[in-house]
Ligand binder design. Structure first.
Ligand code: SF4
Length: 196
C-alpha cells in the first residue's frame, strides 16, 4: 500500500488514509460545505452511508437515491464529484470502466474538487493487473448486482466481451496523473475492503 500511495502522490493526487469507513465518512462530511456535489454509482459510497450527511449541508445529486438522467447530468456538472474506482495500479493510475460514462465525465473537466473513495481491495499490481481487475472482477460483479442480462452476470466470473444491449463496459478512463485543469484530486484510501 505504501508504494502505491507514494506513486499516487507523485502523480498529483492528494492521498488521505483512514483505517475505517466511518472515519472516511467523517472526513467527507466535515470538509464539504455549501457546494453542489455529484456522486457516481458506487457500492463503496453506499457503504460509507454519507449521502444524508452531505445532503444536510450541500446540494447533492446521486442517481442511486434520485433516479433520472438529469440527476446524472447535474452530478457531472457539480462543483465536487465523489466516486470510487475499479482499480488502482501499482504505478498510481486510477482506473474506471463505465457503461453510461457519467462517472468518467464527472471525474474529469472538474475544476474544483474530485474525490475518489477507495477500499484497499482495489489496490492492484502493475497496470495490466489493474486493468484485468477492472474488466474481469469489478465489472462482472457489478453486472450481477445490477441484474444485467450479460453473460458475466451469471457466474460473475470473468468478462466475456459481450455484445449485450445491457453491456456495462463501454468506456475506460485511466488517470495516469491529475489533469492540470482540476485544482484538487483526492484519493480517500480506506484500510478496509469496500465495494468491488
Ligand atoms: S463487456 Fe459484457 S461480459 Fe464483459 S464485463 Fe462488461 S458486461 Fe460483462
Amino acid at each position: 500500500m505504501e508504494h502505491i500511495i507514494e506513486n499516487l502522490r507523485k502523480n498529483g493526487f492528494d492521498v488521505k488514509v483512514f483505517d475505517t469507513k466511518e472515519q472516511a465518512a467523517d472526513y467527507l462530511a466535515g470538509s464539504i460545505h455549501g457546494k453542489t456535489v455529484g456522486m457516481g454509482g458506487s457500492m463503496t459510497l453506499g457503504a460509507l452511508d454519507v449521502y444524508d450527511r452531505l445532503a444536510a449541508d450541500n446540494t447533492v445529486y446521486w442517481h442511486q437515491v434520485q433516479p433520472g438522467e438529469d440527476v446524472c447530468l447535474n452530478a457531472c456538472n457539480a462543483q465536487v464529484y465523489l466516486t470510487s474506482a475499479n482499480a488502482v495500479s501499482q504505478e498510481g493510475f486510477i482506473l474506471n470502466i463505465d457503461g453510461r460514462g457519467n462517472r468518467l465525465a464527472g471525474s474529469v473537466m472538474k475544476k474544483e474538487r474530485v474525490i475518489f473513495v477507495i477500499g484497499r481491495n482495489k489496490l492492484s499490481g502493475p497496470f495490466p493487473e489493474a486493468l484485468d481487475r477492472a474488466r474481469n472482477v469489478a465489472a462482472p460483479l457489478n453486472a450481477r448486482r445490477l441484474s444485467k442480462k450479460t453473460p458475466c452476470a451469471v457466474g460473475a466470473d470473468k468478462c466475456y466481451d459481450c455484445a449485450s444491449p445491457e453491456r456495462l463496459c463501454n468506456a475506460l478512463l485511466v488517470l495516469w496523473k491529475r489533469p492540470w485543469w482540476c485544482d484538487s484530486m483526492e484519493v480517500v484510501l480506506i484500510r478496509q475492503d469496500l465495494g468491488y
